[in-house]
Write a protein that binds this ligand. Structure first.
Ligand code: PMP
Length: 418
């Protein structure tokens, strides 16, 4: 009998059926995928250049134009998660030696600054403490608040006071400003009114991350003069992770056309992607094998948003967030973001209550209620719990369910003082 050449046996885990428990995903994303979107993703595959798939891509493009409120021709979905869109935005806009100003009040600004530095850009960070947002004045000239930078000293409250004033657009003259609309690590909603106009007055393009906020809080790409806007599929759009809406203004497109060097990534080169997405008027060419089933899901997520209507969706997220905030206060918990207008309707943050470990609470909800909520991320680690209500998960029923679960957790998870 021939002996097998195989030295590695088939893994036991793969010989068992796939196990996927039922969970209510009320963290900062991903959110649950409703049956209609699941079914779309489970349809039979088609070729990535088939006319029907190109038609779906056109429908996605129109859906993104609606969700972003933009007429930009250069509108498409990146084949990747939100980070991939962040990289695509930065690496197509920036060249080595360009100057970028990055507003950092949580992890997403930190990540953008890291990516921009890797691209060889001169990066200046505008710092604000987690839980706060930027005013137009902060961005234009001085930020005298307390920041998280290295040249900072902790104050007795654990906050960091900068030793110098940090300066914005007028001092650094960046070609790009990065800012996060929905800061999901801290629960802050960044006001965008007047920001695009301010940037343009300073010859700077405005790049906005709306991964956690799109569909849950108003944003108007054209009216707010945003040059690059991107989001993700797995938050309010309720599609699985893996595709990311993005759009570029005429000015952003012109900056990309003026580049002296090619973008460092072939996969994320907007010139190629624009062609594949039918944005350049040329016959579409193969660039990469698109995640066709992810596009089916994204199409359905955008279709559900279009059917609901942006205004109703924003209002539902606002109302359920308000109900959640009230319920959290009634439980004796302290909201992390003080100003009501600055609270992100899709992700609510509360301080970890005194006498509790955040890990005990998140584990209790998972083990006893099959509900995911999250601890902090980046600068908010150990400080907050984060509760997400996104898309179809933003319902009164889910608010009440998570509040009951939290009440139960507060009764069980208090640590005995030694
Ligand atoms: N930006 C924001 C505001 C986010 O909330 C997230 C995801 N939590 C991302 C970017 C990154 O997206 P992804 O995890 O899909 O790469």
């Amino acid at each position: 009998m021939a002996t097998s050449l195989l030295r590695i046996p088939p893994p036991q885990g793969l010989l068992r059926p796939l196990a996927v428990p039922e969970r209510l995903l009320l963290g900062p994303g991903p959110s649950n995928v409703p049956p209609r979107i699941l079914a779309a993703g489970g349809r039979q595959l088609l070729g990535h250049m088939h006319a029907e798939v190109l038609q779906v891509m056109d429908e996605i493009k129109a859906g993104i134009q609606y969700a972003f409120q933009t007429q930009n021709q250069l509108t498409l979905a990146i084949s990747g998660s939100g980070h991939c869109a962040m990289e695509a935005a930065l690496l197509n806009l920036l060249e080595s030696g360009d100057t970028a100003l990055v507003a950092v009040n949580g992890i997403w600004g930190q990540r953008a600054a890291e990516i921009a530095r890797r691209l060889g850009a001169h990066v200046h960070e505008l710092l604000k403490p987690p839980g706060e947002y930027f005013t137009l004045r902060d961005i234009e000239e001085v930020s005298a608040g307390c920041g998280m930078g290295q040249r900072a000293q902790p104050d007795p409250g654990g906050c960091h006071i900068p030793l110098c004033f940090m300066q914005g657009l007028s001092r650094h003259k960046p070609s790009v400003l990065f800012i996060t609309h929905g800061e999901s690590s801290t629960g802050v909603l960044q006001p965008l009114e007047g920001l695009g106009e301010l940037c343009h007055r300073h010859g700077c393009l405005l790049l906005v991350d709306a991964v956690a906020s799109l569909g849950g809080a108003p944003i108007f790409m054209d009216q707010q003069e945003i040059d690059v806007l991107y989001s993700g599929s797995q938050k309010v759009l309720n599609a699985p992770p893996g595709s990311a809406p993005i759009s570029f203004s005429k000015q952003a497109r012109e900056k990309m056309l003026r580049r002296k060097t090619k973008p460092s990534s072939f996969y994320l080169d907007l010139g190629w992607l624009a062609n594949y997405w039918g944005c350049d008027g040329e016959p579409r060419r193969y660039h990469h094998t698109a995640p066709v089933n992810s596009f089916f899901s994204l199409r359905e997520g955008l279709a559900m948003l279009a059917e609901t209507g942006l205004e109703s969706s924003w209002e539902r997220h606002r109302a359920n967030c308000a109900r959640l905030c009230q319920g959290l206060c009634d439980l004796g918990l302290e909201l992390f973001v003080k100003e009501e207008v600055a609270r992100l309707p899709t992700v609510t943050t509360v301080r970890v209550p005194e006498g509790y470990d955040w890990k005990d609470i998140t584990a209790f909800l998972m083990d006893n209620h099959a509900i995911e909520i999250a601890g902090g991320l980046g600068p908010s680690v150990g400080k907050v719990l984060r509760i997400g209500l996104m898309g179809c998960n933003s319902t009164c029923g889910n608010v009440d369910r998570v509040l009951r679960a939290l009440q139960d957790a507060l009764g069980h998870c208090r640590r005995r003082s030694r």
